[in-house]
Design a protein around this ligand. Structure first.
Ligand code: AMP
Ligand code: MG
Length: 419
């Protein structure tokens, strides 16, 4: 049976980065930039004041101090967004607000705190300068943030709020990014009922459609919900036709050894099985391959298919381990790994059969150290355990036992997002 790393390596070797699309900047959050961004303007466009104060000629402040102020005649006031038509000549000053362009003749700004402004409250006439300033004082230079013609953001950058802000500061309203993958979700199981239908005897609600669609969205994909197929090859084949135009197909259920576990048989008939079963727990019966078919619009396609186990916890954990990195790679992202930390385990874990165990855990930081304890019953049908967990404790396949107090690796599901 192949290892988690081998399985992931196989999957990623079949996954390509998707094409580009143009998006409004605010809608590009989390996507990967597909173009180098150059500036056509200087930012700031003009030398401007870093403070509220007076624009002066620095030589006019020579030897000024609180005991013997230098008095300058105030000839104008200029605020951000306007340009003063006056020129600062020897013995004069212009009142200036933060962000306003530096007037002709001035080479520095004296902030209000270093003048007798408080006493005068902006009355026209004179200002007393209480401190000597050097040329360039409190001036923000044109182009000091971004120089015209320079490269500002490079291809492959992931767009965050600050990148959105920088794009806006350049006057860009749209940007080229790698598009979102569409992920078709097909659920199998004759026992499953859609949440909008009444529950009849022997049936359960289909939760996988929703947990998997939520995961797809969380990691930047667009879920395409196909519904629930019965446990027959005909039903499955008929329903998966609707998903052939997606970038990837996810199924849940029907991959075990039972009489009605037909997903891998369908995959073998309609395409190719790359692997079935991974040395991990939960999630062992994972199947991966490609399904060939013809889309509704008549195009022959081969679509990647990850067949996740049906148990709600197994489906979510195998998604985190295998589908998430595949989605991130399609999105053009380079960092595909979930953050992993080291923690002290607060209870023993037995690993009887040599699988890699991913145990749902609650991780807390105390006295600068992470501690992990299990969520309780680790059955792969106990979906509420996932609501308690913020991490998965990893027990290596060659470790038969983890003792209380051992240091373990924990893959974090959430990172400081929980209260
Ligand atoms: P399977 O892998 O199809 O044998 O399913 C394993 C277990 O998970 C069974 O108890 C199923 O009832 C349960 N299960 C499978 N699919 C779903 C689903 N979509 N929602 C909730 N439970 C499911
Ligand atoms: Mg089933």
């Amino acid at each position: 049976m192949i290892s988690v790393e081998q399985a992931l390596g196989k999957i990623l070797s079949y996954v390509d980065v998707l094409g580009e699309e143009e998006r409004p900047i605010l809608d590009s959050m989390g996507q990967v930039l597909a173009e180098d961004i150059y500036s056509t303007i200087d930012i700031p466009p003009l030398d401007n004041s870093a403070m509220d104060g007076y624009a002066v000629r620095s030589e006019d402040t020579h030897s000024a101090n609180r005991q013997s102020p230098r008095f300058l005649r105030v000839i104008d006031t200029v605020m951000a967004g306007s340009i003063s038509e006056c020129e600062v000549e020897p013995g004069t000053a212009i009142r200036i607000m933060t962000g306003a362009p530096i007037p002709e003749g001035a080479d520095s700004v004296v902030r209000f705190e270093d003048t007798d402004e408080a006493k005068r409250k902006g009355a026209s006439g004179e200002t007393g300068i209480l401190r000597e300033v050097k040329a360039g004082a409190d001036i923000r230079r044109a182009g000091e943030d971004i120089a015209r013609g320079s490269i500002v953001l490079r291809k492959e950058v992931v767009i965050r709020p600050q990148e959105v802000g920088v794009l806006a500061s350049l006057g860009r309203s749209k940007v080229m990014v790698i598009r979102h993958p569409t992920v078709a979700i097909l659920i199998t199981g004759a026992e499953l009922v859609d949440i909008n239908q009444p529950l009849s005897a022997g049936k359960i609600y289909d939760s996988n459609t929703y947990s998997i669609a939520a995961l797809v969205r969380r990691y930047g994909g667009i879920p395409k919900i196909l519904g629930v197929a019965l446990d027959s090859e005909d039903s499955l084949v008929a329903m998966l036709q609707q998903g052939l135009d997606a970038d990837m197909l996810i199924t849940t259920g029907g991959v075990s050894m039972g009489d009605y576990d037909v997903v891998k048989d369908v995959l073998a008939k309609e395409g190719e099985v790359v692997f079935w079963k991974v040395r991990m727990k939960p999630g062992k019966p994972l199947v991966f391959g490609r399904i060939k078919g013809v889309t509704k619009t008549g195009i022959a396609r081969s679509i990647l298919h990850l067949g996740l186990p049906g148990n709600p916890v197994s489906a979510m954990i195998t998604f985190e381990l295998f589908t998430r990195p595949a989605i991130l790679k399609m999105l053009g992202k380079k960092n595909l790994a979930k953050p992993t930390i080291e923690a002290v385990i607060e209870e023993p874990i037995i690993n009887e059969d040599g699988y890699r165990i991913f145990a749902r855990a609650i991780v807390e930081k105390r006295d600068g150290q992470y501690f992990a304890r299990l969520t309780g019953h680790q059955g792969s049908g106990i979906l509420t355990s996932m609501t308690l967990a913020n991490g998965l404790v990893i027990v290596p396949e060659d470790k038969p036992e983890v003792k209380k107090g051992d240091i373990v690796q924990v893959m974090m599901l959430d990172w400081n997002e929980r209260s």
